[in-house]
Every structure is written in structure tokens, then in C-alpha cells.
Design a protein around this ligand. Structure first.
Ligand code: NI
Length: 174
């Protein structure tokens, strides 16, 4: 398994719509496994394919519990995920993103979501998530639609981050 390079803001690929995956093959399987490996290495709670530069509808998320010996084997992988139901109740909580370094901000999200998609065996799955996982699902599915959590926060806060980030990126050029 390889550790993939995580694409960072403001890379264009993070704004692209990921394309549905037509058929599962060994290439997609390897991508998913590498993404799981990369997520735990980072570490993060989820990773969407465009974060590793691949515009395909696929994300992985950590659903392991404390006493899971093989966390990577227990990660959830969802192909062509779609939110089909969500709670009206929302929860506002701080979140971050591996593609948005050195930042976190409060984001309002549905308290629970029902997601459909396919697993790596090509079977239809339906997962209802609440708590932190519901937030991760919404965050990762946003990624696949070219949306970052920065798009959900106040304009001033977002502008401040973009300015800071540009300054940092410019400092690397000197
Ligand atoms: Ni993210």
C-alpha cells in the first residue's frame, strides 16, 4: 500500500465534481486501499478521491473503535455515495480538512444522514450515520461535489484564511 499525496487548497481539483464509477476493478480497489492507508497515516477521519487528485466518486472514512486491532481493514469505503435523507436537526461543531492545512472552523451539519452507494464488492449499501460520522459523511460527499467546508463558513473567516494561506504559499517561493 502506498501513501498518496494529499492535494491542498487552493488546488483546482478540489473544486471539481467527481465522476461516478462505472465498474469496480483492481485499479479502483488499489486506489481505495491506498486512500485508507493515507487517511490513517495523515491522520484524518475521512478522505475523498479528489483529495488525492482523482475525480472519481469514492470516499473512505474511519469507523474503527478503540479496540479494533486492524483499523485499516475496518474502514468504510463508499463508491458513488449519495445522501438520500438527512435530519432537520443540525449540529454546529468545529471541523478541519486534510486539504485545508492549519485551519478549523465551526460548520453546521445535519445531525444524521442516510447515505446510499456501493461497497467494494459492488453491492448496494445503505448506511445511516449520526454523531461524528454523520459530519464526516457530509464533509466527504461535499468534496466529491467540489465543495470544501470553507464554503460553509462566514465570508470574513474564509477570506482571512485564504489571505493567510496565500501569504504562506508565497513565502515558499522565496
Ligand atoms: Ni476534507
Amino acid at each position: 500500500m502506498s501513501i498518496l499525496e494529499i492535494v491542498e487548497f487552493p488546488a483546482n481539483v478540489l473544486k471539481e465534481d467527481a465522476k461516478p464509477i462505472e465498474g469496480l476493478n483492481s485499479e479502483i480497489e488499489k486506489l481505495a486501499r491506498d486512500m485508507v492507508h493515507t487517511m490513517y497515516h495523515a491522520p484524518g477521519s475521512g478522505l475523498a478521491a479528489n483529495q488525492v487528485g482523482v475525480t472519481k466518486q469514492l470516499f473512505v472514512a474511519d469507523i474503527s473503535s478503540e479496540d479494533d486491532e486492524d483499523k485499516e481493514a475496518s474502514a468504510i469505503i463508499i463508491v458513488n455515495p449519495k445522501i438520500v435523507e438527512m435530519s432537520e436537526e443540525t449540529i454546529t461543531m468545529a471541523e478541519g480538512c486534510l486539504s485545508v492545512p492549519d485551519f478549523s472552523a465551526d460548520v453546521e451539519r445535519a445531525a444524521w444522514v442516510k447515505v446510499i452507494g456501493k461497497n467494494m464488492a459492488g453491492e448496494d449499501i445503505e448506511v445511516t450515520a449520526d454523531g461524528w460520522l454523520a459530519r464526516v459523511f457530509q464533509h466527504e460527499i461535499d468534496h466529491l461535489n467540489g465543495t470544501l467546508y470553507l464554503d460553509h463558513i462566514g465570508r470574513m473567516k474564509r477570506q482571512r484564511y485564504i489571505k493567510k494561506r496565500k501569504k504562506y504559499l508565497n513565502s515558499l517561493k522565496d
